[in-house]
Design a protein around this ligand. Structure first.
Ligand code: CP
Ligand code: NVA
Length: 301
């Protein structure tokens, strides 16, 4: 029997496998745009457990499964026994006997690891406090569409050393690009994740230094889900890290701007930049659909 593969972080797949997914994502986007049916997962069912809010992740997985000829089930802790204390392990054992794959969005990363250990079917991380690997598939697809291969490019991460930042660090390893991170003191990424990336990732304090000559500038909210109580303190700490067109002017000519969304205009990003030509955030959001369809085919097909 084939070993069950999971996608809990970008490191669960090899660089070759990830490259194959990006390539297939381009093809699936073409098929979708051309209105050509592609029911490669006919009859398959994806269970989706959401312990945090979502617009893009939910809709892209749900629409994606439908377009591949399968079905997706939205499971919220409010309506399942998970919310009443049924253990993760038991939920994993039961769900994985009924569905072909399970996507989970939750708080502690350790929860998706425990779930995966007891699941008979592939588990996909739809965001934890630690990482957001699905978003990086879409981001790499988007960069590739606009600028060609991301290998050898230089990327700037400006803002919080959060789950998205961690996935950018892992992506730098797996897709072979350089990453400069600018965070305020006290909001650095996990030192072990950073150290594992070696000298391809550097941490600085000054956003201008991080952005200088880069091909892509990325940011994210200053207040991630679960950090609502820290909002005031965070807004003060991150104020010098707002990404503006003025900051973008230090990047290489033709540099792109990305944001996983939802964005808070006037906070981490200027409204003007979000709607400027160098911003590819809407394409990036759409590519969640295509990239995850490629991932679903890889894991469930
Ligand atoms: N970028 C992202 O994951 O968006 P949602 O929270 O809307 O799913
Ligand atoms: N860092 C953000 C990403 C949202 C998609 C959060 O975790 O809330």
């Amino acid at each position: 029997m084939r070993e069950t593969r999971h996608f809990l972080t970008l490191l669960d797949l090899t660089p070759n496998e990830l490259a194959g997914i990006i390539e297939r994502a381009h093809e699936l986007k073409r098929l979708q745009r051309a209105g050509e049916p592609h029911p490669t997962l006919a009859g398959k069912v994806l269970g989706m457990v959401f312990e945090k809010s979502s617009t893009r992740t939910r809709v892209s997985f749900e629409a994606g499964m439908a377009q591949l000829g399968g079905t997706a089930l939205f499971l919220s802790p409010r309506d399942t026994q998970l919310g009443r204390g049924e253990p993760i392990e038991d939920t994993a054992r039961v769900l994985s006997r009924m569905v072909d794959g399970i996507m989970i969005r939750t708080f502690e990363h350790e929860k998706v690891e425990r779930f995966a250990r007891h699941s008979l079917v592939p588990v996909i991380n739809g965001l934890t406090d630690l990482v957001h690997p699905c978003q990086l598939l879409a981001d790499v697809q988007t960069f590739t569409e606009h600028r060609g291969p991301i290998a050898g490019a230089t990327v700037a991460w400006v803002g919080d050393g959060n789950n998205m930042c961690h996935s950018y660090i892992n992506a730098a390893r797996q897709f072979d690009f350089r990453l400069r991170i600018a965070c305020p003191e006290g909001y650095d990424p996990d030192p072990d994740i950073l150290a594992a990336a070696g000298d391809r990732c550097t941490l600085v304090r000054d956003p201008v230094v991080a952005v200088e000559g880069t091909d892509l500038v990325v940011t994210d909210t200053w207040v991630s889900m679960g950090q609502e109580e820290e909002k005031k303190r965070r807004e003060t700490a991150f104020a010098p890290y707002k990404v503006t067109r003025a900051l973008m002017s230090h990047a290489a000519p033709g540099a792109l701007f990305m944001h996983c969304l939802p964005a808070y205009r006037g906070m981490e990003v200027d409204a003007e930049l979000l709607d400027a030509p160098e911003s590819v955030v809407w394409e990036e959001a759409e590519n969640r659909l295509h990239a995850q369809k490629a991932l679903l085919e890889f894991l469930l097909g």
